[in-house]
Design a protein around this ligand. Structure first.
Ligand SMILES: Nc1ncnc2c1ncn2[C@@H]1O[C@H](COP(=O)(O)OP(=O)(O)OP(=O)(O)O)[C@@H](O)[C@H]1O
Length: 298
């Protein structure tokens, strides 16, 4: 759906993007990750044609990005922009019309979305009288109302309580099920694990990681197993860091150290009854921290 090739952007002397290549597949939720100041917003603003790249190309559906593509994109920026004095209803109708919907289509869609996000009773309120979460919902509706093919969401869960975050999460999944491609930029790694099919990480203007969640996790496997034993048959070696819990289980982890999982399991069976034998898989949060620390550019 979106193909970015050797994208470069600098502000004065500061590089915000360096030779960034990205391919965002159709119908996927693509996590755009990176620490503060990495260059994510710059990349998103280039896709939205708010700023221009110094070099490199952005293609949508195989064609160079053009002003007409703006209608295909829904962008929820991190800094929200609503007109405080306007009512929820007027604002959403206004945004819908801007995105090309006719009056009756706009009315119908706004009504449906207000009910969906449970703020139908607030439609005559001015934005300035809404709570932060409610205003966030209005902004979310204004982003998706024209059914964009590409949805770019920058920290979509900020300001939401867990119940409302769940509502937004389900809406994102529903949009994906209908074929929408989503770019999700967030620092909340648990949302990335839950929602994203594919991730790319930018650090200090460069892409340092790219792949499906499964590929990324596989490449960071520590080759280590979590183990729990009961009914010991012999003492455990002193150098195994064992925690003994209330259920009388002996818990520890061991690296494979060149052994196959079956070999390790066989060895463990000589020490007692194996209640748990599970490969350790790093979380996206652990991978994020590891990558940021490990990657240094001048
Ligand atoms: N208009 C600008 N003028 C000068 N420098 C800028 C401008 N916009 C961004 N930068 C710089 O470019 C770099 C990348 O910024 P960008 O906003 O793209 O990062 P980000 O990954 O979105 O960060 P965050 O997670 O904090 O939102 C930063 O060092 C930032 O200070």
């Amino acid at each position: 759906m979106l193909k970015i090739t050797r994208l470069n952007k600098a502000y004065s002397n500061h590089r915000a993007l360096t030779d960034v290549d990205l391919v965002v597949p159709q119908g996927m939720i693509f996590g755009l990750l990176g620490p503060n100041g990495a260059g994510k917003t710059t990349l998103i603003r280039i896709i939205n044609q708010i700023i221009e790249q110094d070099s490199g190309t952005v293609e949508i559906d195989g064609k160079s990005l053009s002003p007409d593509d703006i209608r295909k994109i829904g962008y929820l920026p991190e800094e929200r922009g609503l007109y405080k004095k306007m009512t929820v209803w007027d604002q959403l109708i206004y945004f819908s019309r801007l995105k090309g919907l006719d009056q009756s289509e706009a009315k119908g869609k706004v009504k449906i979305w207000l009910e969906k996000l449970e703020i139908g009773g607030w439609k005559e309120k001015k934005i300035e009288d809404l709570s932060k979460g409610m205003a966030q919902k209005v902004q979310f509706i204004s982003t998706v109302i024209h059914e964009p093919k590409l949805l770019i969401l920058d920290e979509p869960f900020s300001g939401f309580d867990p119940v409302n975050a769940e509502i937004i999460k389900n809406e994102i999944l529903e949009l994906k099920a209908k074929g929408t491609t989503v770019i999700l930029s967030t620092h909340r790694m648990e949302s990335v694990e839950l929602l994203c099919d594919h991730v790319a990480m930018i650090h200090k203007s460069r892409k340092i990681l790219d792949g499906t969640i499964r590929e990324v996790k596989n490449s960071f496997r520590p080759q280590e197993f979590s183990i729990s034993l009961i009914n010991l048959l012999q003492d455990l070696p002193q150098d195994w860091k064992v925690r003994h819990d209330e259920d009388r289980a002996f818990n520890f982890s061991l690296p494979l150290n060149g052994r196959s999982p079956n070999q390790l399991l066989k060895e463990l069976m000589e020490y007692g009854e194996v209640m748990e034998f599970k490969e350790k898989v790093p979380s996206m949060e652990e991978i994020f921290i590891h990558q940021v620390k490990a990657t240094q550019y001048e």
